[in-house]
Design a protein around this ligand. Structure first.
Ligand SMILES: Cc1cc2nc3c(=O)[nH]c(=O)nc-3n(C[C@H](O)[C@H](O)[C@H](O)COP(=O)(O)OP(=O)(O)OC[C@H]3O[C@@H](n4cnc5c(N)ncnc54)[C@H](O)[C@@H]3O)c2cc1C
Length: 464
């Protein structure tokens, strides 16, 4: 009898876990994946990336019809919202994609262990009352919503991102607590469908972690679209009476408090790693101050045979980062060399226009390299964006002044999330701004703005 039931047991079937399990099986390892949810795909497919994009995409069509964009192009329609149907297509997308992972598990012979797993020791876990052993165990338990102390989420009036995807009617006034990616994406959905949206942010600017110019420009664009912002403001309490919530807020640096009424409050202040109930104490594994599991470069924890990836480990909480770590950890377990370059992980906000970045902000680049060269190009001067009535946004490229090597690319453009892939690839290949400037880009495309911004680093853009 084999010493272990499996070569690899992955805990959690989000984009980190399911990808790790599939790659481990592809590499000939006997693999199982434990998942407590009813469906595979984790946060991303069930309540995150996919359903939010389904609502963003559908609401974008509604908004284009309602706000005059379509009319300005000669398409005259009067939109009528069928919210049930919009939710239906969201649920359908989720069903198809989570079912797709089930198919991939079967195809690759990954056993799905249904239930939440708890460590008994470093090589065994209990799932649904059964003990399962494995030579290697990968923790990919992801993250869940960070609660706001004193504010109880009821998923009706005070909602998390999960509840905000499911609202049965368009709120009159939605207050979003937190001006990060999730708050702005879901705030945008309901603003487009007719809600008044106010975003309350503790910091003095939205989108923490992004380049300062991009943050300022994004703020202006969202304001123009009708979202109200209360920056440098702290929510101290939310009280629900009947169908209304009253928020009490005060300036972040102290001062007089004020109140705001809403019929929906979205708490979007971040996410925290899932380690509760995992039984880490049984294997002597501790979490850091932020509740994350620390690993080395190969995704090994300090316990032999136990590995960790995705939202539960440090780094940006993003699905593609989790997926890449999933591939790398499986390859490392199989004795290959699995690497993730954490310096080049693109981040995207899927609003209209999209906001994307990869690498360092200008401030970070200055700190790291001393002197930097910056090239900027406005989308207003990009022929495709202008023709499509999409003038908002810009591209910013930051290069090390000594070597011209590109160290950061930031853009706001309708397809910024797609455009940023070329920047990430160029940076992986160690490209200079000159390399990008002399790469032929198809015309007319939004991506030409990246070429022009690279030419601007050289001081010679053509179209501005
Ligand atoms: C509204 C929203 C929108 C988002 N949009 C994007 C986006 O557009 N792009 C992007 O890159 N990222 C996005 N994210 C973030 C993305 O969803 C996460 O970064 C990603 O899902 C992390 O993957 P993961 O595999 O680490 O964990 P998760 O996807 O969280 O999956 C972990 C899984 O583990 C399971 N689990 C936990 N504990 C146990 C246990 N003990 N036993 C068995 N199973 C367990 C959970 O049930 C869960 O299914 C979004 C998140 C939200 C909430």
């Amino acid at each position: 009898m084999a010493e272990f039931d499996y070569d690899v047991l992955v805990i959690g079937a989000g984009p980190g876990g399911y990808v790790a399990a599939i790659r481990a099986a592809q590499l000939g390892l006997k693999t199982a994946c434990a998942e407590g949810r009813e469906t595979l795909g984790g946060t991303c497919l069930n309540v995150g990336c996919i359903p939010s994009k389904a609502m963003l995409h559908a609401s974008e069509y509604y908004d284009a019809a309602a706000n005059g964009t379509m009319e300005s192009m000669g398409v005259e329609v009067k939109p009528k919202l069928n919210l049930d149907k919009m939710h239906g297509q969201r649920r359908d997308a989720v069903k198809q994609l989570t079912g797709g992972i089930e198919f991939l598990f079967k195809k690759n012979k990954v056993d799905w262990l249904k239930g939440y797993a708890t460590f008994k020791d470093a090589h065994s876990v209990e799932v649904a009352g059964k003990t399962v052993t494995a030579k290697n165990i990968v923790i990919a338990t992801g993250s869940s919503v960070t609660p706001l102390p004193g504010v109880e989420i009821d998923e009706k009036i005070i909602v998390s991102s999960t509840g905000a995807l499911e609202l049965e009617k368009v709120p009159e006034h939605m207050v979003v607590i937190g001006g990060g990616v999730i708050g702005l994406e879901l705030g945008s959905v309901w603003r487009r469908l007719g809600a008044k949206v106010t975003c309350v942010e503790f910091l003095d600017q939205i989108l923490p972690g992004m380049d300062d110019d991009i943050r300022k420009e994004a703020h202006k664009i969202f304001k123009k679209q009708g979202i109200d912002f209360k920056l440098s403001t702290k929510v101290t309490a939310v009280e629900v009476k009947g169908k209304k919530a009253t928020l009490t807020m005060e300036p972040a640096k102290g001062g007089d408090s004020e109140t705001l009424e809403a019929d929906c409050v979205l708490v979007a202040i971040g996410r925290r790693p899932n380690t509760e109930g995992l039984g880490l104490e049984a294997i002597g594994l501790e979490v850091n101050k932020r509740g994350q599991i620390e690993t080395d470069h190969d995704f090994r924890t300090k316990v032999d045979g136990v590995w960790a990836i995705g939202d539960v480990v440090p780094g940006p909480m993003l699905a593609h980062k989790a997926e890449d770590e999933g591939i790398a950890v499986a390859e490392n377990i199989a004795g290959l060399t699995g690497i993730v370059n954490h310096d080049i992980i693109p981040g995207v906000v899927y609003t209209f226009p999209e906001i994307a970045g990869v690498g360092l902000t200008e401030a970070e680049a200055k700190e790291k390299y001393g002197e930097v060269k910056v090239g900027k190009f406005p989308m207003l001067a990009n022929s495709r964006a202008k023709t499509n009535h999409e003038p908002d946004g810009s591209v910013k490229i930051i290069a090390d002044a000594k070597t011209d090597r590109v160290v950061g690319v930031w853009c706001i453009a309708v397809p910024a999330g797609t455009m940023i892939a070329q920047a990430a690839q160029a940076m992986e290949f160690g490209a200079t701004s000159e390399d990008i400037a002399y790469t032929c880009h198809a015309h007319p495309t939004h991506s030409e703005a990246i070429k022009e911004a690279a030419m601007a680093v050289q001081g010679k853009p053509i179209h501005i």
